[in-house]
Design a protein around this ligand. Sequence first.
Ligand code: BG6
Length: 518
Amino acid sequence: MPIPEIHPSVAALDMICVESAAPPTAMIAFGASGDLVQRKLLPSIAQIHRRGLLSEQFCLLGCSRTEYSDEQFRQVAADAIRHSTGGISPSELTALLDRFYYLGGDYSDPGAYERIRTRLVELRRKHAIDGCDLFYLSVPPILYDTIIKHLGSSGLSCKNDPECRQRARLVVEKPFGRDLDSATQLNQTISKWFEESQVYRIDHYLGKETVQNIMIFRFANAIFEPIWNRNHIDNIQITIAETLGVEHRASYYDDSGAIRDMFQNHVLQVLALVAMEPPISFDADPIRDEKVKLLRTVRPFDPENLAGSIVRGRYGVGRINGQDVPAYLSEKGIAPNSRTETYVAAKLFIDNWRWKDVPFYLRTGKRLAKKNTEIVVTFKEPPHSLFGSVGLHHMPPNVLAFQIQPQEGISLRFQAKRPGSKICIGTLDMKFRYQDIFGVEMPESYQRLLLDCMTGDQTLYTRFDGIEVTWQLLMPVLQAWERSDEKPYEYPAGSESFPQADALLEVDGHKWHGLLTM
Ligand code: BG6
């Protein structure tokens, strides 16, 4: 598809763009034969390379239990990159693949880490890499403990050597625990072998351009912050809707459900960015401090009245985009007596000066009508109508909406006079789509995140306390759902919501905004 030209209104602007190229890096990817490395990491590395931001002194050492030679791994990597990185030239690809290597082994064998160390010494010398070692865990979470302990006991984590410590970094994929205890335990294992400054816990939503834009929008414009509070905002909705089902991850998903898979991380991270106080600077710890502070002020769920604040659903048979799709319970690999939810909707309150009594309605679900991630801020109604017979009920409140995907954009809904009659008031949407204005495909969030961990910027990564506070909040819900015999409410695949999720808002006189079209 031809990429549209940059829009003249933006081309003429002075833009302040800051981007750092990656310094010399040796990346060690555990789980290199797996899906995430092939679908996300390798294509993102290829894009960083194409943008000229990957250091000449870079190498990737893939590790996993599969036995590949370097050549076989390069072949697999080439296929993965070609598949998802349109336009990469054969010479660009070869230049990159020449820096890919592979080492097979068992994660619980101390000898495997000795071999990694020896190989790293050799590769660092060969590629003149005088920079960091990035250990990337893209393996099932059950292996985190083993790999982290071995990285530590083999000395590869460098915790006790201040000079070497600057060099070793650990990147951990989600899920980060499955409850407060397991997350705390994992944090303890990590902190035994790594300093917090060496640790990068990934939440890929934080790498999405429009999610990052929440901070620029709020804190680089003077007009929004003064009204970003309970005096002017009536309610805020955050929706992450997917059309996909459980795909090939039935066993992981059936053990997690929407609350662990999406709500504990992506949904609450977006909430924190929307509602936090301004940080003292745009640096990792000030931002993460504010996010944690915000999450600590979320009013705890009342186990006696959970249904009034959080509900769960599960998809039944239905149709999406004209295709019949099976019910969750008929998906391959799902236990027939499963009580796992595929949809969570919640109403939260934030007990602080800014947000007291403003409801935040949050929801996420699989197999819904459309893929859509959006934040919708509804302002209060005008206090009084000046316009004679045009009552307040004809003047819907202003709505500011951010669409994070699939069409990244922002819209502001307001009332305006329509030409013609003496008084004719109508609702207008002022909106822009990134694609139309900036003329570029939005970069995959892993590009941002990988570049940041290579440059040592932890801003978009979650700190240990940011993980623990979210599990703390959700523990009463997880425990109550575990104890209960009730099944999740069933919604037909292809719907947007279901009555019990709607009821959370209806009691307050609100309704879901409806999935946006940008
Ligand atoms: C992942 C979840 O974290 O996010 C998946 O494990 C989900 O279940 C995915 O499909 C959604 O990500 P995105 O970027 O497609 O919205």
